[in-house]
Design a protein around this ligand. Structure first.
Ligand SMILES: [Zn+2]
Ligand SMILES: [Zn+2]
Length: 325
């Protein structure tokens, strides 16, 4: 059994690109330090910021919340966890149970939003009635509600638990397909606009999926072990994932260098990010960002439920008294 490179006790993980084996204690220190360093390196959050954290109950979001709780005390951040109950049967019920347990463990107050409650229908119903695949509906709804909550509650940023193994395959895929704009959106931070579009940050940008899993386990954090019943990786996505995984095994750190250069390009093209945003307009119904006259969420809900739910969702969120200061 390998020994910890720092203290010589039993190692629980090998971190190839850092050329280290680490024990439980030193890995926890390493992981939390890495999240803090990512926040600093890319200027994700500044002292005193309020940050809305999307917590699904999976290992990644749970690891994010726990690491942020540690960083928060140093940076005096106001961490506001938010969980959406999506109405996906036992999967959603189990997720909610886990999120409540994690929140208790970390001493945090998590906002629970039921989709059925705020929208009037859960994912399966929205998917069936709009004849759109559940994953597409789920992604759209989550992005919309998260942004709307951030706007209504006046938070400084929204943090999501995407790690390098979520982001790198999509970045590479977009580059291969020639969609630079989509690739640049996978940067550690995307700019927001006051009262309209929330600033989005990804504090797990430089950690791997395996590190999130190990961190959640050694920290003794509960997390949902099954994956979403609807998840499906298309042929190309699966191939790119496998390629990146094998490439990084043979050349440790190459994935990280790739994502760091992407972040650099994204930061340089901040001007072009502004340009991209001016291509967005305000939805006729809800006033939130949209590529056409009606935003994707209002279009979806109008089709599925007969009327656009955007304004109703914003009002429901506004009525929840939240202090972001
Ligand atoms: Zn050690
Ligand atoms: Zn809308």
């Amino acid at each position: 059994m390998a020994k910890c490179s720092k203290c010589g006790s039993k190692a629980v993980i090998k971190v190839p690109y850092a050329r280290m084996n680490l024990c439980e204690r030193h890995f926890i220190e390493y992981f939390e330090g890495r999240v803090a360093a990512t926040i600093e390196r890319y200027g994700l959050l500044k002292e005193g910021d309020s940050v809305l954290v999307a917590v699904s109950g999976g290992k990644d979001s749970v690891a994010l919340l726990s690491a942020l709780a540690v960083v928060a005390s140093e940076l005096r951040l106001k961490v506001m966890p938010l969980h959406m109950h999506l109405g996906l049967g036992v999967y959603s019920d189990e997720s909610l149970r886990v999120v409540k347990e994690v929140s208790r463990k970390l001493g945090m107050n998590t906002f629970i939003l039921s989709l059925k409650g705020v929208v009037g229908a859960a994912i399966p119903e929205l998917s069936a009635k709009s004849s759109r695949p559940p994953c597409a509906v789920c992604g759209l709804v989550k992005r919309y509600v998260l942004n709307a909550a951030a706007i209504e509650w006046g938070v400084d940023a929204v943090a999501t638990g995407h790690h390098i193994d979520d982001l790198a395959p999509y970045a590479l895929k977009n580059l291969l397909l020639g969609d630079m704009e989509a690739a640049l959106k996978l940067a550690p931070v995307t700019a927001g606009e006051e009262g309209y579009l929330a600033r989005r940050v990804r504090p797990l940008y430089e950690v791997t999926e395996r590190e999130c899993l190990t961190y959640a386990i050694v920290k003794g954090l509960p997390f949902v072990k099954t994956s979403c019943p609807n998840v499906f990786l298309g042929g190309m996505d699966a191939l790119i994932r496998k390629f990146l995984y094998e490439l990084d095994l043979r050349h440790p750190g190459v994935k990280l260098r790739f994502m760091r250069s992407l972040a650099k390009i994204a930061a340089k093209s901040l001007a072009s990010q502004a340009r991209v945003q001016t291509e967005l307009t305000r939805c006729r119904y809800c006033g939130l960002p949209s590529r056409s006259e009606v935003c994707g969420f209002c279009r979806l809900t109008e089709r599925a439920l007969g009327s656009p739910a955007g304004p109703k969702v914003r009002e429901a969120l506004r009525s929840i008294r939240v202090s972001s200061r």
